[in-house]
Ligand binder design. Structure first.
Ligand code: PEP
Ligand code: MG
Length: 572
């Protein structure tokens, strides 16, 4: 039995058949067809349109159930495009009079229609180009007999093996059918890995050549804790797997006893234990694990799952739903953090040598105030329905924070003039995820309402180690003393000004790190919903005074390895 090793990125273990996910590559032939074949090509085209409509209807229905009527609207628009008589006329004309094959006829039609729309003055029509392209590509896939790029409609429960999974494919994949996933690229803090933890799906990332190695199919066991994959396991291994699964279920049952207990140490130090989410539907898991709030709502997925910038109304619906579902518990919503590895299908980012250091997040929002204002207005309106806090990502300077605040005030003024209610005292804080924000934390602390430390990026930028690059993943360690000192600086700076400081990076859910962060004085831990009870158990088992001693000792150590060894020797 062969064993492969990747990076365990989301815990849990699964047994199932391999499903290789490939982005479809479609060959558009230029062969001219014989006059007698025009009817056959016409039928082929109409058959593919019919099939596409069925697929879109299924997606629309599922989206409506999971995300609400508003989110499903886009797919109704896609149905209209699939039925558009002008597109059909153009394709059939090319088949019948120019003797093009169906794929070529559709490809050329798509290019012509998109070019026309892209040239339009009106933004609404320019946006439609993306929808037309999307629908035409789906029909092309169906003509070519290729499955369109999605994991929404899987035939069976499978373990997905892919080169990489974009966050939007991960966000929309069928949770019931994806037992686990394995990707060739990416590290533990890649967005697909974070999403897997949110969805409680075991995941292994950074397993180079996985598609080729697993191409023969068959059953595998994927262990998201160890990063190991066992190919075609023998009956003994399967029995051991069943046993391990049973143990994990028992552990889960024990953790469930903590559901109604507070995150408080043995000697009475209380912290807040919140969760990170990527969409309104993730709130269900947070409530099921009794999270005390949302420490980070990554709103970029709303933008990534759309075929155009989401409207104020669409955003308002999503934010209001989260705030209402959380029923008065605090909800920290981060403004658009796009760029880097997170792109938008309908927006052309500049081509950059270093996109992680480039046009992204708050930089983009300040550069396109109309897009920023749409989100801020939606956030303000939703703030009337519960406790909503606004958080700005990727901040490096006070000017950025102040400029964002000016725009927020402008939005408040507009809403007041329209008699629209919102929380006048709404808190605005920043993510600390750049060394600049750390070094300026004492100044920021005087102006912001709160900090949340984003250790995924803070580690990346402090160590100059790409968080998604598996080749150097061993260098990516939040235990590096430089990162630990940065965290301590931020906590102390916040507390000197009486401000609250949380952590929403993955480090907050790292079992070894929890007592260390507790001892450093962190006020709030925000982790994936599936980690809430595990983290609570650790907090409840520790003494705060002992954690303070532990943190002081750890902060004196000189290497990441020393810190990890030291923490590994502690018992909880
Ligand atoms: C972080 O950088 O730690 C963080 C929480 O933000 P993201 O992972 O979305 O970049
Ligand atoms: Mg970040």
């Amino acid at each position: 039995m062969e064993i492969l090793k990747g990076i365990g990125a989301s815990s849990g273990i699964a047994l199932g058949p391999v499903y290789i996910y490939e982005k479809p590559e479609i060959y558009i032939g230029t062969e001219v067809i014989a006059p007698g074949e025009t009817e056959r090509e016409t039928e082929k085209y109409l058959g593919a349109v019919e099939k596409s409509k069925q697929q879109i209807s299924i997606i629309a229905k599922a989206t409506e159930q999971n995300m609400g009527v508003e989110s499903a609207k886009i797919f109704h628009a896609h149905l209209d495009i699939a039925e558009d008589p002008a597109i059909e006329e153009s394709v059939l004309d090319k088949i019948r009079t120019e003797h093009k094959n169906a794929m070529q006829a559709l490809w050329e039609t798509k290019e012509e229609f998109c070019a026309l729309l892209q040239d339009a003055e009106d933004e609404y029509f320019r946006d439609r180009a993306f929808d037309v392209a999307d629908v035409c590509e789906r029909i092309l896939c169906n003509l070519a007999g290729v499955v369109p790029a999605t994991l929404q409609h899987l035939p069976d429960a499978v373990i997905v093996v892919a080169e990489d999974l974009t966050p939007s494919v991960t966000a929309t994949m069928d949770r019931e059918k994806v037992l686990a996933f394995v990707t060739e690229i990416g590290g533990k803090t890649a967005h697909s890995a974070i999403m897997a933890r949110t969805l409680e799906i075991p995941a292994i990332v950074g397993l180079g050549g996985a598609r080729e190695k697993l191409a023969s199919g068959g059953m595998i066991i994927a262990d998201g804790n160890t990063g190991q994959i066992r190919l075609n396991p023998d009956p003994d291994t399967i029995a051991a797997y069943e046993k391990q699964k049973e143990v994990l279920l028992q552990e889960k049952a024990v953790l469930r006893e903590l559901l109604d207990k507070d995150p408080v140490t043995q000697d009475g130090k209380r912290v807040e234990l919140c969760a990170n989410i990527g969409s309104p539907k993730d709130v269900e898991a947070v409530l099921a694990n009794n999270g005390e709030g949302i420490g980070l709502f990554r709103t970029e997925f709303l933008y990534m799952d759309s075929s155009r910038f989401p409207t104020e109304e669409e955003q308002f619906d999503a934010y209001k739903r989260v705030v209402q579902d959380m029923a008065g518990r605090p909800v920290i919503i981060r403004t658009l953090d796009i760029g880097g590895d997170k792109t938008l299908p309908y927006f052309t980012f500049p081509s950059e040598l270093n996109p992680f250091l480039g046009y992204r997040a708050i930089r983009m929002c300040l550069d396109m105030p109309e897009i920023f204002k749409t989100q801020l207005r939606a956030l303000l309106r939703a703030s009337a329905y519960g406790k909503l806090l606004i958080m700005l990502p990727m901040i490096i300077s006070l000017e950025e924070f102040r400029a964002a605040k000016v725009i927020l005030e402008e939005c408040k003024g507009e809403l007041s003039a329209q008699d629209i209610t919102f929380d006048e005292e709404i808190a605005i804080g920043i993510m600390v995820e750049t060394p600049a924000a750390v070094l300026m934390a004492d100044e920021f602390a005087k102006e912001v309402d709160f900090f949340s430390i984003g250790t995924n990026d803070l580690t990346q930028y402090t160590l100059a180690v790409d968080r998604g690059n598996e080749t150097i993943s061993s260098l990516f360690s939040s235990y590096h003393p430089a990162v630990l000192r940065a965290i301590k600086m931020v906590i102390d700076a916040a507390h000197r000004e009486g401000k609250f400081v949380g952590m929403c990076g993955e480090f907050a859910g790292d079992e070894q790190a929890v007592p260390l962060l507790l001892g450093m004085g962190l006020d709030e831990f925000s982790v994936s919903a599936s980690s809430l009870l595990r983290v609570k158990k650790i907090i409840r088992n520790w003494d705060y005074t002992r954690a303070v001693d532990l943190a002081e000792a750890a902060l004196r150590l000189k290497t990441a390895a020393e810190v990890e060894t030291f923490l590994g020797q502690q018992t909880d």
